[in-house]
Design a protein around this ligand. Structure first.
Ligand code: PGA
Length: 239
């Protein structure tokens, strides 16, 4: 099974100049033979700059796509456009899209299916809120998201899953090793053979421990992917 995956989600950050500098620093750092799979997901405006700078095992991803192939959808970007722009991956169902844009499981599944149709690997995100965890619903919420968000008929080898507890994202407080291992084990039972990444406050200080956990096939990194030194240290933790 390939991996681990180290995926950087830049979210809504970066100028062209910053993107060029960041990808150059990461490209210089990765070792063509020994590096894990490293995917950079910049905002749409920076896909071209990042693509230019890719080397060795570095790959390009996007942060979202529309479910339709093309059409009158002002402001949206299709999976086919992302493929044409050089992407191999696309994140779908990130909690910031689910919460901030009202995206439900059906839409996430349609987006993942659209990505598969054009040969992109969707990175399908699931995860519970703090309230859901505290009221003992974390397992049920993640199971329901999996049941609703995975494209019908897709093989587990065609997509990546990312378990991202909402309360751990951007909070500086990652989930505990046992919470991560337990949820990844549950996801592994529901979707056998699938590669499951963890996301939520991954940083150089906790990356090695998280990557060594059973059932963790990589990490999805937000804030720390914007700083070359920190992202490179996380890549090193995967070797
Ligand atoms: P974070 O974000 O690393 O800044 O917590 C992770 C994510 O949202 O993918």
């Amino acid at each position: 099974m390939p991996g681990p995956y180290i995926i950087g989600n830049w979210k809504m950050h970066g100028t062209r100049a910053q993107a060029v500098a960041l990808v150059e620093a990461v490209a210089k750092h990765v070792d063509r033979r020994k590096s894990p799979k490293v995917v950079i997901c910049p905002p749409f405006t920076l896909l071209a700059q990042v693509l230019e700078g890719l080397e060795g095992p570095l790959r390009l991803g996007a942060q979202d796509c529309h479910a339709a192939g093309e059409g009158a959808f002002t402001g949206d970007i299709s999976a086919a456009m992302l493929k044409d722009a050089g992407c191999d991956y696309v994140i779908v169902g990130h909690s910031e899209r689910r919460a901030g844009h009202g995206e439900g499981n059906d839409l996430v599944r349609a987006k993942a299916a659209a990505a598969l149709d054009v040969g992109l690997t969707p990175i399908i995100c699931v995860g519970e809120t703090l309230e859901q965890r505290q009221s003992g619903q974390a397992d049920a919420v993640v199971s329901a998201q999996l049941a609703g968000s995975l494209p019908k008929g897709a093989k587990a080898s065609q997509f990546l899953l990312a378990y991202e507890p909402v309360w751990a994202i951007g909070s500086g407080l990652a989930a505990t090793a046992s919470d991560i291992a337990e949820m990844h084990a549950q996801i592994g039972m529901i979707v056998p053979g699938c590669r499951v990444l963890y996301g939520g406050s991954v940083k150089p200080e906790n990356a090695a421990e998280i990557l060594a956990l059973p059932g963790v096939d990589g990490v999805l990194v937000g804030g720390a992917s914007l700083k070359a030194e920190q992202f490179c240290a996380i890549i090193d933790a995967a070797r």
